[in-house]
Design a protein around this ligand. Structure first.
Ligand code: NAD
Length: 295
């Protein structure tokens, strides 16, 4: 493959995907708006640009992995942004979890300049990104997805085509609505079990093979039991995804009471100081309410 790649948004996911692509001997340049992040990644051996326009010079493929709809709109539509700077005929693959409306509006602006777009949120975290085991959810024209395939193949174990631009974002939002709810209920239940006198490891050993378990319970709770709340997926991103689900429900005029209740608890966790920590830190919040972590 001869395509040269730019990755815009070199956070947990973007930098892991860039590292994976670099390892496949692809020519990759990154850009992040955060200067400290750029300096840190340069020290780790990443080639970093100082602006989007510089990152996109002579690049035929652009990947974006950005925190929220506002960041995506700024990076794509802002002065010196992707739509203004990408070459005609370039392919842009948008990997963030954002709302379908923002996805369609940035894609419309890109299409108007002859830039191809794939709506491609991902399931799986930085570890799966680094090892090429993401699930990729792809929306857009068949021919654009086919062109993206050599890159998607390096990042993901599999990918699914969901329909037109915006459909993949909708699928990702409802997936994350389920994820955030699963982790929230698991944290509340686990803290209750411990407060009722069960030794945490014994509780985990039973729950991890029993009917109440979920993918995120068995993936994240072993870290929590070691007191490791360093982020794979940050609490503020969980809150953002629940807000996206609620907003999607409002647009469609469908009530989403469970997402609303969940969002309040993620917002509470942020207010209680868990910003920047993994979503499994919800367990700490509940343990504080139960009178502190297990002895
Ligand atoms: P992150 O906060 O670690 O990284 C986002 C990066 O984007 C930051 O380094 C930030 O400085 C940069 N950024 C913000 N605005 C920018 C701009 N205008 N131009 C360039 N860079 C900008 O977040 P993350 O965990 O890497 O997640 C990225 C996206 O992927 C989010 O939409 C998230 O919901 C989604 N996602 C994350 C995970 C996960 O497990 N972490 C999994 C699936 C999807």
């Amino acid at each position: 493959m001869t395509e040269k790649i730019a990755v815009i948004g070199m956070g947990q996911m973007g930098s892991a995907m860039a590292a994976r692509l670099r390892e496949s001997n692809l020519d990759v340049v990154g850009f992040d708006v955060n200067a400290d992040q750029r300096a840190r990644l340069e020290k780790e051996g990443f080639r970093m640009a100082a602006s989007i326009a510089e990152a996109l010079k002579e690049r035929s493929v652009v990947l974006t992995s950005l925190p929220d709809p506002k960041a995506v709109s700024e990076a794509w539509l802002g002065a010196g942004g992707i739509v203004a700077s990408a070459a005609k005929g370039a392919l842009c693959i948008e990997l963030s979890t954002i709302d379908p409306h923002t996805m369609r509006s940035v894609a419309d602006a890109a299409h108007a300049r002859g830039i191809a777009v794939v709506d491609c949120p991902v399931s799986g975290g930085p570890i799966e990104a680094r090892s090429g085991k993401l699930i990729l959810i792809a929306g857009g024209d068949e021919k654009d997805i086919a062109r993206a395939e050599p890159i998607l193949q390096r990042l993901g174990a599999e990918w699914k085509h969901t329909g037109g631009i915006g459909t993949a974002k909708a699928v990702k939002i409802v997936n994350n609505m389920m994820t955030m709810g699963n982790v929230l209920v698991a944290a509340e239940a686990f803290a209750l079990g411990v407060a009722a006198g069960v030794e945490p490891q014994k509780l985990y050993d039973v729950l991890s093979v029993s009917g109440g378990r979920s993918h995120h319970f068995t993936k994240r709770f072993p870290n929590a039991l070691k007191g490791d709340f360093s982020p794979g997926f940050k609490m503020e991103l969980g809150e953002k995804d629940l807000a996206l689900a609620i907003e999607l429900g409002r647009t469609i005029r469908m009530p989403t009471p469970s997402a609303s209740a969940s969002r309040e608890l993620y917002a509470l966790a942020l207010a209680e100081g868990f910003r920047g920590q993994d979503i499994v830190a919800l367990l700490s919040m509940y343990q504080n309410w139960a009178g502190g972590p297990a002895k």
